[in-house]
Write a protein of this length. Structure first.
Length: 285
């Protein structure tokens, strides 16, 4: 019997997962090195869709101490992986401290700074000797390149293809964009995104938002809202130019399929279910 690979991957989300990486992984806290490792692992806690780094404890260049402060209250943001499924997976915006396995938290301490509860020692024999680190607490590099958002997932791919299909974006009956020159972005287990030239977007109907998010594959995103609708907050985005492998979408604008009426070659597309289905959801994809 054949197996659909996406179902295999989704079936692992309730499990603790890890994968070694061959990259040189470095992290710093206020410009002080805390990690420089060729033995790092990527770790996905149960229900998490994005990884963090774990490194051998003996390679840490900083100290670990019992947490000096009580755990901060941090929201958990569950979502459904697909239409009709229970919201059991965790939105990438869910804070590091919401651990879904047993283990011990630590502060990471250097001579000049402390990262509160930024280290976690899992109680799992397969991760024995490794410390999991909060990506958001440090500045990271893979080899000599800065990485942002979270580590890149080796099982996650982004492909961009030029297209001449007719694409129309509307909300509450108002057309916000229309083009036959979109760049179509295909990303593993995510909806197709249509990146549209600004000349084909009704920017006169949109307002630039102060919201900014980061994607480890595409860069930093800035947003636009459509004030003509209650559902129009942070509805569209465009990425900066930091990553050459996203050059085909530099300067282009995409809309959340989850929250607009998207028509492709005359066919209205169903709105997908994802972490971005609600206006306050995760960052751009």
């Amino acid at each position: 019997m054949a197996t659909r690979l996406s179902r295999v991957l989704m079936g692992t989300f309730p499990q603790l997962r890890y994968e070694p990486t061959a990259k040189r992984v470095r992290a710093s806290l206020n410009r002080t090195a805390v990690v420089d490792s060729l033995q790092a692992w990527l770790v996905w806690e149960p229900r998490r869709i994005t990884p963090v780094f774990a490194v051998p404890e003996h390679e840490l260049l900083a100290g670990l101490s019992a947490p000096a402060l009580p755990a901060a209250s941090a929201g958990v943001h569950p979502f459904a992986l697909r239409q009709g499924a229970a919201p059991t997976s965790l939105d990438p915006s869910t804070a590091f401290g919401n651990h879904t396995i047993a283990g011990e938290e630590f502060d990471v301490v250097t001579a000049a700074a402390t990262a509160s509860r930024a280290a976690f020692r899992p109680e799992d024999p397969d991760l024995a000797g490794y410390i999991v680190l909060d990506f958001a607490a440090f500045d990271w590099r893979e080899d000599d390149e800065e990485i942002i958002g979270h580590p890149r997932d080796p099982f996650h791919r982004v492909d961009i293809r030029a297209s001449s299909v007719d694409v129309e974006v509307a909300l509450d009956g108002v057309t916000l964009a229309r083009t036959n020159g979109a760049q179509m972005l295909y990303e593993t287990m995510l909806p197709v995104r249509y990146y549209i030239p600004p000349a084909d977007v009704r920017l006169d109907l949109l307002e630039e938002s102060p919201k900014r998010t980061v994607c480890p594959y595409k860069g930093q995103a800035r947003y636009w809202s459509y004030p003509g609708s209650a559902q129009g907050r942070n509805l569209a985005w465009s990425y900066d130019r930091r990553y050459l492998d996203a050059a085909q979408i530099h300067g282009l604008i995409s809309f959340f399929n989850e929250r607009v009426d998207l028509t492709v070659d005359g066919i209205l597309q169903p709105r997908p279910v994802s972490p971005w289905s609600r206006p306050g959801g995760a960052g751009a994809r």
